[in-house]
Design a protein around this ligand. Structure first.
Ligand code: PEP
Ligand code: MG
Length: 759
């Protein structure tokens, strides 16, 4: 380890001490000032400054500085991309300049006192996919900062990210936030977008918000009564509970269970964790203090780690610490379990979501994100009511505040009155619709005038299969294979995959099964791939591009899929195909995989039907060629809309622009359908457009008859289809692509008064 990195490691300890001070009520401005002073002294730089990013206003604000004039604090603002500091935030990469003013982006801020500094180093502070701010060093000497300084500063920024994000959140609260928060004054309603229908009553639990560490940081307990024996029995009970949770998960969600509680179980018996607690008790601490002290050390350590996989473990440690404390103190409400709780959070990792669902969480309110983001997709499969909101007031709601979540309407009610409570209770009672739906849904779907339409299931988790079967899906139109990959901390083995795919293949009576190869990248990041962070992940090494670059993973997955198919002619689908070359390359790898299976004596299998997903404008252009080569095409409308319209599907801020009725989208669908028909190539639709009665109507009018959707949507779409008249749909489908504006398309479709089943 070089000197700079070494000193940053020393420094990290001091920062973690500061973080502790901060959480105990240290004034935030004072805290930030201490941070910049320590960083500038450790990095021996003349200046250290922290800029925090205010998302609502899209600006960076100087919040603390050691070296620049302090009266600029709070006043100096930059837009992302403005100056070298803004550039670091916009491009999410370190900017290092030996002679700052030689760089075209350099912008000296008058009145800040920075004119005399030659060397410049800025690193973005990022938390997950959230931009928190920029940490900047400056020095009078030219070429002062080396590459390893940049690395060290990056490590520090990463250490500080969570704390700074909290600082930023708190600073945006109004002056007297306590009373206004509790009463919520005018704001007792938070609006959001429904992602997973459902309703819930419960208490707020701030996943990352201020005060979330409170339970684990407590004062020295002078009058304790618990003994070492009590501590050991708390550990034993905790272990038993975790094993039970793991077993339950394995039964109910076998594909993604993969020892999801293994981190807890391993930690529990680890010398550094359990052993350290035991040692402190031997040395005279109370068991409670020993648990709190050791767990909190780990939280600080993990939260500050440069390695994203380590950072993912913070919530595990909190949960584990709370669970042990709960077992020791036999106190309620320490969140060993999330029953009766509604989580308020920034982004969530799929593994976190799974753990919350297994631990009985009632509902979720997430800040930002998009309804087609993978966490949303997973939440739908797990059936946890979820809304997404752009209202950062959710972070003002203290943990334990009473909440009512009405995800049907995209509403969170803070401190609901009796009437609101009663309404939600009634909705909860009537919420199990599956039996009713099961009784009405028919095994085959037809339009009003008898045209056969195939409604298939989109399956994300093995647990979706049950519902798909109950609601009579005519096969699996899309199996998203990425969740087992996203949940694990390493690639699942070929054998593990085989066992999962085998269950998918045998999941329904209908033989049509479409297994999609791994679609990672974009917002589906595998944390175990080193250097997987990309500035524009949706334009990066995603889906088929990733597999073509990682042939071993590709071949492993294909072999597992082909074996799972056995003698059945399964369909294998490649996501994000951007050229005929992509498809031909992927097909070559399938043929190789078949020959490997034969060579290894694993059997001779039929060649699967191979399909290309049309999700990119380039694939729309190449649809005639792709339709000639592929056995089938699948239109992935979530991505098609994203890439055609240039609207990030995971960004709630531009959700209004993500409109599946955009004339460009309607025309693209028509072109792909024309190409498919010309080549006599089956075309099926998945993504948002397959579960929206208006777009289904348009596509049926074009002659498309295969749609894949989440099982819960099948009865509603079947009903809507049964009211459609094919002749009329054909007439309307001829007119719709000729309309030039979104307004015209919307008005045209609204006038048709199609049934919009609220199912
Ligand atoms: C799509 O893009 O429409 C699709 C079904 O794939 P995913 O949502 O998994 O990207
Ligand atoms: Mg897609």
């Amino acid at each position: 380890m070089n000197k700079a990195v070494n000193s940053s490691v020393d420094m990290i300890c001091s920062v973690s001490e500061l973080a502790t001070l901060f959480r105990q009520g240290q004034d935030i401005k004072g805290f930030l000032t201490q941070v910049v002073q320590i960083v500038s002294s450790h990095m021996q730089a003349d200046v250290c400054s922290i800029f925090l990013y205010k998302e609502q206003r899209d600006i960076l604000v100087l919040e603390a500085t050691a070296g620049l004039y302090s009266d600029m604090v709070g006043k100096l603002t930059l837009k992302p991309g403005e100056g070298l500091t803004g550039l670091a935030l916009r491009e999410l990469r370190p900017i290092r300049e030996g002679h700052g003013n030689n760089n075209p982006y350099y912008k000296s801020i008058p009145g800040s006192g920075e004119e005399r500094y030659e060397s410049f180093l800025a690193v973005p502070i990022i938390r997950g996919v959230k931009r928190v701010g920029v940490l900047v060093l400056q020095d009078e000497r030219s070429s002062r900062f080396s590459k390893s300084d940049a690395q060290a500063l990056k490590a520090i920024a990463s250490q500080l990210a969570a704390t700074l994000e909290n600082a930023q959140l708190i600073m945006t609260l109004p002056e007297q936030n306590e009373p206004s928060v509790i009463n919520m004054g005018i704001r007792h309603l938070i609006k959001g977008t429904q992602v997973v229908e459902g309703v819930a009553l419960g208490q707020a639990y701030q996943m990352e918000g201020p005060g979330n560490h409170d339970k684990l940081i407590s004062s020295i307990d002078e009058n304790y009564k618990e003994t070492m024996e009590d501590f050991h029995s708390a550990i034993d009970s905790t272990e038993k509970q975790l094993e039970e949770l793991q077993n339950r998960l394995e039964k109910e969600l076998a594909d993604v269970a993969s020892l999801i509680f293994s981190a807890h179980l391993l930690m529990l018996r680890d010398e550094g964790f359990f052993g350290a607690m035991e040692k402190r008790i031997h040395e005279g601490s109370s068991p409670k203090d020993a648990i709190v002290h050791v767990a909190d050390n780990y939280i600080t350590l993990f939260a500050g780690s440069h390695n994203p996989r380590m950072r993912e473990k913070v919530q595990d440690i909190k949960d584990l610490g709370h669970r042990i404390l709960e077992n020791l103190l036999k106190e309620e409400g320490l969140h060993g379990d999330y029953s009766g709780q509604i989580i308020l959070s920034n982004e969530l990792l799929p593994s976190e979501l799974l753990k919350l669902a297994t631990q009985n969480v009632e509902g979720l309110v997430l800040f930002g994100g998009g309804i087609t983001a993978h966490v949303s997709v997973l939440a739908r499969s797990l059936g946890v009511p979820l809304i997404l909101t752009e209202d950062d007031n959710i972070f003002q709601i203290p943990s334990n505040t009473a909440l009512a979540l009405d995800a049907h309407q995209g509403l969170l009610i803070v401190n609901p009155d009796d009437a609101a409570r009663k309404r939600i209770e009634q909705l909860i009672e009537g919420s199990d619709q599956v039996e009713k739906l099961e009784a009405t849904v028919l095994p085959e779907s037809f339009t009003a005038d008898g045209v056969r339409i195939y409604l298939r299931a989109t399956v994300n988790l093995l647990s979706d299969l049950k519902l798909a079967k109950r609601l009579k899906a005519e096969g699996i139109g899309l199996y998203r294979s990425e969740f087992p990959f996203l949940i694990r901390s390493d690639f699942p083995s070929e054998e593990e995959q085989y066992l999962i795919y085998k269950q998918v293949v045998g999941g329904l009576d209908n033989p049509l099964v479409t297994l999609r190869t791994l679609d990672v990248g974009g917002d589906k990041i595998l944390s175990y791939i080193p250097d997987s962070e990309e500035a524009n992940p949706f334009l990066g090494l995603r889906a088929i591009r990733f597999l073509l670059e990682n042939k071993k993973v590709f071949v492993g997955q294909l072999k597992a899929m082909i074996r799972a198919g056995g003698d059945r002619p399964i369909r294998i689908l490649f996501p994000l195909i951007s050229s005929l070359d992509d498809f031909l390359n992927a097909r070559r790898i399938v043929m190789k995989s078949l020959s490997f299976l034969k060579r290894d004596g694993l059997g001779q299998f039929p060649v699967p039907k191979l399909g290309a997903m049309i999700e990119l404008p380039s694939a729309v252009e190449m649809a005639p060629e792709l339709a000639r080569e592929a056995d089938f095409l699948s239109l992935g409308t979530n991505d098609l809309v994203q890439y055609m319209l240039g609207v990030d599907r995971t960004n709630e801020k531009v959700a209004d622009l993500f409109d599946v009725r955009h004339p460009a989208v309607l025309r693209a669908v028509k072109r792909v359908n024309d190409a498919a028909r010309q080549a006599d190539c089956p075309l099926s639709i998945c993504g948002l457009m397959s579960k929206d009665p208006q777009t289904v109507y348009y596509m049926i009018g074009l002659g498309i008859n295969e749609f894949s959707m989440e099982p819960g949507k099948l009865p509603g779409i079947q009903y809507a289809v049964s009211k459609m008249d094919i002749k009329q749909a054909q007439k309307d489908a001829a007119i719709l692509p000729t309309l030039g504006t979104l307004v015209e398309v919307r008005e045209y479709l609204e006038k048709l008064n199609l049934p919009t089943p609220d199912l």
